[in-house]
Ligand binder design. Structure first.
Ligand code: IVH
Length: 377
């Protein structure tokens, strides 16, 4: 074997290993090797690619590093509108929502739901070509967003190359079993679904967010640099994604959960969509749940509400979706929101604090306004 061929084999092995550890860490919540050991694999790969730059591919884990700062973000037109959700605030409003949509499909016998935690972050569209991340865009006004691909590539929770569960299944027993149980549970042909997703254009959508611990770390660093603190994780995540210099994004450890795939790949329910998303290598959201009826939805919402403070990320409610994709589509859209989905919001968080000072501001017209300075909580 020539030197270059040997290097190519080693490079592929390193990429597979690094991707496998990423999958273990972000999807399966398992850590097989230390961060230092993983860093040394990444370092070896970077060194080899430096020697043979023609062996660099866009999906190589080394391509997550930040590029040159941009002058501005390019605009991206979404092929399918990025919608928003209508809110409900209590059990009564939730029941009224279901009653309204049931009237539109009176012949429908079964109504079940998929309930998700509603992350307080920002919506992102990810476009993959033949399984490789090609473009990432913000929601913008729903029709046109901004191209933030370079920043998104720095987020480890987002795969730059989708896992092919069919191929991996041949190599790994654990995945093979997951594919088998997926087929059994949804009575479907996994190869039909994944071959379609992995050839040509595929779009996934989800929420970029900053975990509470990473938000706290970021604010500590802001303080050390005598820069302004971020008011909440959502502002921090949005500000981080809209950085023209992706080195800043790379240093802030954003996270991601996917919640939708665009197009027909043979998926029948939202629950199945979430399993497809996981099999493709996106992180699993353990707090989402299938709910057989509205009572189960209510129970899930209340349970999540109770554990809200203990969750590793900030949420502002649950998202309730009609589980059947066919019914969901038939229910259609009202304004910019799908009828078959609702954001079930928690009441705004309350906290007690101390008034540290009251100062009087004098306006242009001489009007005096007292302003209270509160201790941050
Ligand atoms: S499903 C039609 N699931 O909430 C949009 N959205 O208020 C379908 N969000 O713009 C979205 N967590 O950015 C969905 N688990 C989740 C979510 C979620 C947060 C955001 C999303 C959307 C906004 C609507």
């Amino acid at each position: 074997m020539s030197d270059k061929v040997k290097v190519k084999v080693r490079i592929e092995k390193l990429r597979d290993e690094i991707n496998r550890h990423r999958y273990y860490y972000h999807v399966l919540d398992k850590q097989e090797i230390s961060e230092a050991a993983l860093d040394s694999l990444k370092h070896e790969l970077a060194k080899l690619e430096e020697r043979f730059p023609d062996l660099i591919t866009p999906d190589s884990p080394t391509q997550r590093v930040a590029g040159q700062p941009l002058d501005e973000f390019k605009k991206v037109k979404h092929r399918v509108l990025m919608m928003s959700l209508n809110d409900v605030f209590d059990a009564e409003e939730l029941e009224a929502w279901l009653k309204r949509i049931k009237k539109l499909a009176p012949q429908e016998p079964a109504w079940d739901f998929y309930s998700e935690v509603k992350l307080d972050g920002l919506a992102i569209s990810l476009v993959y070509e033949d399984g490789i991340l090609a473009q990432a865009a913000t929601r913008g006004d729903g029709q046109t967003g901004e191209d933030v691909t370079q920043n998104i590539k720095t987020i480890e929770a987002i795969p730059v190359r989708l896992t092919n569960p069919l191929e991996s299944a041949a190599k790994q027993k654990e995945l093979a079993e997951r594919v088998k149980s997926f087929e059994k549970k949804y009575q479907c042909d996994a190869s039909g679904i994944f071959n379609k997703i992995l050839s040509g254009r595929f779009e996934a959508r989800g929420e970029v967010y900053l975990a509470k611990k990473d938000f706290a770390k970021l604010n500590e660093e802001q303080e050390k640099k005598s820069e302004e603190r971020f008011a909440n994780p959502r502002n921090a995540a949005a500000g981080t994604i809209r950085q023209l210099d992706s080195k800043i994004t790379a240093g802030r450890r954003l996270s991601f959960f996917a919640y939708d795939i665009i197009g027909d790949f043979g998926q029948a329910t939202h629950e199945q969509v979430h399993e497809i998303i996981e099999l493709l290598g996106f992180p699993k959201n353990h707090w989402n749940k299938y709910c057989a009826d509205l009572e189960a939805v209510e129970k899930h919402h209340n349970e999540i509400g109770k554990m809200r403070d203990k969750l590793p990320f900030q949420i502002d409610g649950t998202v309730i979706g009609i589980n059947s994709i066919k019914l969901f589509k038939n229910l259609g859209v009202v304004g910019k929101a799908p009828r078959g989905m609702a954001a079930y919001k928690f009441p705004a968080e309350q906290a007690t604090t101390v008034v540290e000072d009251i100062i009087v501001q004098v306006g242009r017209t001489g009007a005096m306004t007292p302003v209270a300075h509160l201790k941050p909580v």
